[in-house]
Design a protein around this ligand. Structure first.
Ligand SMILES: [Zn+2]
Length: 445
């Protein structure tokens, strides 16, 4: 058998553990996994030596914003940044684009806007908003990965939150079709208005109780309906025990957190530094430690970016007012390095990182060809140097507006090459995709 591509590494991160191996790809899929030194006939044979070989990451939480707010972020820029960051699949969030993805017609507009522009594969979440319950089954049929809802103001008027009764009714109808609901779990009643440059006041305006109250509602509704629910961007670590309890009771609940909650702590954030604003907020170092423990214990399932960019002028650059600034941190290109920088110091392995950032999100979104180095899966591969450190230069970030709280930070672990279905994406100038975008628009498996 002649393969299209063989990639060898002494540190190949396989589902069963890291070992020396050769990944052989044919027709865009992994056709065989052989010993590192095996003689194989291939069109191209790449030996990474001691560089690690990871499965392409699956980032299930990316706000692309196109169409409608393409000046915030678009498919071309978001997916270029993803490729550079070792992310070979993104799942686009249903809000901040216009129209939001709350009907089959809106999904068709999304897919038309994305067609031909994507450097990595793209799947789509649908949205659950008041009044669109009739659109959920046809959107599910059309292949969305599940449905996103809010329990607090989303920040955009065209994507209102669900009330408690609506939450339960939506979960009931999704249970009937075995579709997943992913929830922005902050309770509006616990959120206070915030203004000014003081980061501590902003954090206090969105307390852990806001997350706790919302997650309680999700757990109760999931228990009552038998539906699958997922908590996006968990920040408040004192909710970890509640999530663990729900899981132990057999409730179909999963949770994710984000690189910024695992990397930054509120004590480090200068007043007026609105590039750190996101909702829920980055909390203190003790909270960060407890989030890590929840992740390491398997209570938190996934780490995904919540890449949510906006033009710099919406970050209130003149005033540094946390009340006025748009909330969102764009990090699809940096998530792997940010998480690995901390994980390695904690004695975690690349196996852990691949589980949190590739296999688990692929399972969440029901994309069975993604997230694992296994025969039959897509040949989505990442060559990663776990020892190389670099200083984040915002000017080299490829998303549309390189505003980032990571600017100037030294991160450890660098993506050296990314393959999408067996095709190398990055040129000699590390970080920038070259050629033509060949990402596909995915349908849930
Ligand atoms: Zn988000």
């Amino acid at each position: 058998m002649r393969y299209d591509l063989v990639v060898r590494s002494r540190r190949t991160v396989l589902p069963g553990g890291t070992r020396a191996a050769a990944i052989a790809a044919s027709g865009g899929a992994i056709a065989a996994i052989e010993d590192y030194g095996e003689r194989l006939d291939a069109g191209q044979d790449v030996d990474l030596g001691d560089l690690a070989l990871l499965p392409g990451l699956v980032d299930t939480h990316v706000h692309v914003n196109e169409p409608g707010r393409t000046d915030w972020e678009g498919f071309a820029t978001a997916t270029r940044a993803a490729a550079a960051g070792g992310v070979t699949t993104i799942c686009d969030m249903p809000l901040n684009s216009l129209p939001p993805t709350v009907s089959v017609a809106a999904l068709a507009e999304k897919r038309a806007a994305a067609a031909g522009k994507c450097w990595v594969d793209v799947a789509f979440w649908g949205g659950a908003v008041p009044g669109n319950s009739g659109a959920l089954p046809p959107l599910h049929e059309a292949g969305v990965t599940g449905f996103k809802c809010f329990l607090a103001d989303s920040g955009v008027p065209e994507f209102p939150p669900l009330g408690a009764a609506e939450l339960r009714s939506v979960l009931g109808s999704l249970a009937a079709i075995d579709a997943l609901l992913i929830v922005h779990a902050e309770d509006q009643a616990e959120i206070r208005p915030a203004s000014g440059r003081d980061f501590g006041l902003f954090v206090a305006s969105r307390p852990p109780a806001a997350e706790r109250r919302a997650i309680e509602k999700v757990i109760a509704a999931a228990a009552a309906t038998g539906a699958r629910a997922h908590i996006v961007h968990l920040s408040a670590a004192d909710c970890v025990a509640m999530i663990a309890g729900a899981k132990a009771a057999g409730i179909r609940l999963t949770a994710e957190t984000c690189p910024h909650y695992l990397y930054f702590a509120a004590e480090q954030v200068p007043d007026g530094a609105t590039e750190f604003k996101c909702c829920p907020p980055i909390r203190d170092a003790a909270n960060r430690e407890a989030l890590w423990r929840g992740l390491e214990a398997g209570v938190i399932d996934c780490v995904v970016s919540d890449h949510s960019p906006c033009p710099p002028e919406l970050k209130a650059p003149g005033t540094g007012d946390f009340g006025q600034a748009w909330g969102g941190i764009a990090s699809v290109q940096l998530g792997l390095s940010a998480v690995w920088s901390v994980a390695r110091r904690r004695g975690r392995t690349l196996d852990d990182v691949a589980r949190w950032m590739a296999a688990a999100p692929a399972g969440l979104a029901r994309l069975p060809a993604k997230g694992r180095l296994a025969v039959g899966c897509d040949a989505d591969l990442v060559a990663f140097d776990p020892e190389e450190s670099y200083v984040v230069d915002a000017a080299r970030l490829l998303h549309r507006h390189p505003v980032t709280p990571y600017a100037g930070r030294t991160l450890t672990g660098r993506v050296r090459q990314t393959w999408l279905r067996g095709t190398a994406l990055l040129g000699a100038d590390i970080g920038a995709p070259e050629g033509e975008p060949a990402g596909r628009l995915l349908i849930r498996g």
